[in-house]
Write a protein of this length. Structure first.
Length: 193
């Protein structure tokens, strides 16, 4: 896939790739999803669909043809409205993947207070460590489940439980990023040069 994607030179090709990837993913979910919204033994459909859709949007933006900054806030508002009006739309979260991908692409070209806030050093560090959050969140599922159960006992417990979950997941992700990912990247770059 990397070899094929690296050859895409047109922003239109990137946009077409994103559209086809999301369309294929959603078509498979529409045809085979279980009542809970998931696909049995087909987790790779979601992973590949979302990943390739994001790669296509990134390519479209990098190649200069995707300028969505003006629609970032309206798109986010529309997505939240759909979630609020139609709660089943986020069962599994897969139906919102294209909207989230376009929202992130829109933020990449946007300006204004939201982008300035997201450009703060702490937010940039959080973004850099986000892949490590993906790698560590499953390992901490028992911690998160315990804190969630505690937070559901009362609204007074919900706030510290939420803070504890964010700190546990964020701390684990940042530690893995700084202690494993950054040194590994340096090592790979040194060997490549």
């Amino acid at each position: 896939m990397f070899v094929v994607v690296a050859r895409l030179r047109s922003w239109r090709a990137g946009l077409a790739m994103a559209f086809l990837s999301y369309a294929a993913m959603l078509a498979i979910f529409a045809a085979f999803a279980l009542p809970n919204g998931n696909l049995e033994h087909m987790f790779y459909v979601r992973i590949m669909g979302e990943f390739l859709g994001g790669v296509g949007l990134c390519l479209a933006w990098k190649r200069g043809g995707l300028v969505l900054g003006r629609i970032a806030v309206p798109l986010a508002a529309a997505t939240l409205l759909v979630i609020w009006l139609y709660p089943a739309s986020h069962s599994g979260g897969y139906w919102l993947a294209p909207a989230l991908g376009v929202f992130v692409a829109a933020l990449a070209t946007a300006t204004g207070p939201l982008v300035r806030w997201l450009s703060r050093p702490i937010m940039l560090r959080a973004g850099e460590a986000s892949y490590c959050l993906y790698l560590t969140h499953y390992l901490l599922r028992d911690v998160v489940a315990g804190l969630s159960d505690w937070g559901r006992q009362s609204w007074l417990a919900a706030i510290p439980a939420t803070v504890a979950i964010v700190l546990a997941l964020g701390g684990a992700a940042y530690a893995l990023h700084r202690l494993v990912e950054v040194p590994a990247r340096r090592l790979l770059h040194a060997r490549a040069s």
